[in-house]
Write a protein that binds this ligand. Structure first.
Ligand SMILES: Cc1ncc(COP(=O)(O)O)c(C=O)c1O
Length: 406
């Protein structure tokens, strides 16, 4: 009998954050081992909790969650998002420019699917949050990676980016603050993106899901605030800043000329209508307002706050391990250390994280899972409490002492 095969469309689609190494971790769990899972930025898994006002608004309004709602999202939630964007300096927008979805993930898919024709190219950072590359590939486009420069605190290399622009290029993806590097882009880099978008008439797709998770008083710049003429789609959501990843809620806002984007918006409208609407529970969470959540994340990232302290501890601990170097993250929830290739002779970074999992029962993601092309990095999520992080540091030091790939 013939085998039921997956679609060829998935041939080059890769999302290793929940890939084969995670499957190995699940097998270990079934055998009774307890695994420290540092593969996803999932705050509630580590004792962080969404704002109380969001939870209460869902509980108090359960009866309003039962029906389909407007495909772009309920107006009261989009009003809250609009106010927040206006406070951040976005201009010329109203609630019709805002789309709510089941996480930024769904909106990335909608935004890319509505844009890309077969063979169209989208410029994506390397390393990246791999959903971007996977989505462009699945939509029949070509993900073209531009370099982020580790020796410049992982800032994007705009010369490299420009060298990849062709007549098939449609858009540039910006992930800022960055997952997996924790880089926060300087104002001049954002202005550089804008200049390239103007010069080559490209769309900016700006993933800002970590925009309020900044350390050391760093500032986040949105391209849409610095340039209201360039067509930009800005993405954000509840998963990180509001610590509510399981609510599956995100939003995007379209800025720039409305007239030039009429057809594209029609495409987005078709896709939004096809899936009827985003989940309604999360829309009630947004309706409750952002101020409580903004204050809470503010407390976590200040010098004595839990996220700030944990960022320092993991950075200090991991950087001290012989054979590892690391750029200190300025934002987000991740550390992206570099392994000395010569010392450990690593040719397969996935095998490295698998070996580490088997020996230490700690789950990480290898660097190539983020479309980084050398087998010399891995990512650590620094959400777990301090004792666990210190245990991870000790385990890594101990593991690497004797590690050498054949
Ligand atoms: C940069 C980036 N964008 C998007 C997402 C997906 O977010 P959501 O939970 O809203 O789908 C993540 C999740 O880790 C992310 O790191």
């Amino acid at each position: 009998m013939k085998e039921f095969k997956k679609s060829y469309k998935l041939d080059n689609v890769c999302y290793d954050i929940r890939g084969p190494v995670m499957e190995a971790a699940e097998r270990l769990e079934k055998e009774g081992h307890s695994i420290i899972k540092l593969n996803t930025g999932n705050p509630a898994h580590f004792g962080f909790s969404p704002p109380e006002n969001m939870k209460q608004n869902i509980i108090n309004n359960m009866e309003r969650t039962e029906a389909y709602v407007a495909s772009q999202g309920i107006a009261s939630a989009r009003e809250v998002i609009l106010e927040d964007f206006l406070a951040k300096g976005f201009s010329g927008i109203d609630i019709d420019d805002i789309y709510l979805g089941n996480g930024v993930s769904e909106l990335i898919s909608m935004a890319v699917t509505a844009l890309v024709n077969g063979g169209d190219e989208v410029l994506i950072p390397s390393p990246d949050y791999p959903l971007w590359t996977a989505t462009v590939t699945l939509a029949g486009g070509k993900a073209v990676h531009y370099k982020c420069d580790e020796s410049s605190d992982w800032q994007p290399d705009l010369k490299d980016l420009e060298s990849h622009i062709s007549d098939r290029t449609r858009a540039i993806v910006i992930i800022n603050p960055n997952n997996p590097t924790g880089a926060v882009y300087s104002k001049s880099v954002i202005e550089g993106f804008i200049a390239l978008a103007r010069k080559y008439d490209l769309i900016l797709l700006s993933d800002e899901i970590y925009d309020r998770i900044l350390y050391d008083g760093d500032t986040h710049y949105s391209p849409a605030v610095l340039a209201d003429d360039v067509f930009t789609i800005t993405f954000n959501g509840l998963s990180k800043v509001y610590l509510a990843a399981g609510y599956r809620s995100g939003w995007m806002v379209l800025t720039g000329s409305r007239a030039r984007t009429r057809d594209y918006r029609e495409g987005l409208g078709i896709l939004a209508n096809m899936r009827l609407c985003g989940n309604t529970f999360a829309q009630l969470a947004i309706e409750a307002g952002f101020s409580e959540g903004i204050a809470a994340i503010g407390r976590l990232i200040e010098p004595a706050g839990r996220l700030h302290t944990q960022r320092n501890a993991i950075y200090d601990g991991i950087s001290k391990i012989p054979g590892i170097s690391c750029v200190k993250p300025k934002g987000a929830l991740y550390l992206f250390p570099k392994l000395d290739g010569g010392q450990f002779n690593i040719s397969d970074d996935e095998k490295f994280v698998l070996d580490f999992l088997m020996e230490k029962k700690i789950l990480l993601v290898h660097g190539r899972g983020f479309n980084w092309n050398a087998p010399d990095h891995f990512r650590i999520v620094f959400l777990p409490p301090m004792e666990e992080l210190l245990h991870v540091v000790e385990a890594m030091g101990d593991f690497l002492e004797g590690y050498r790939q054949k």
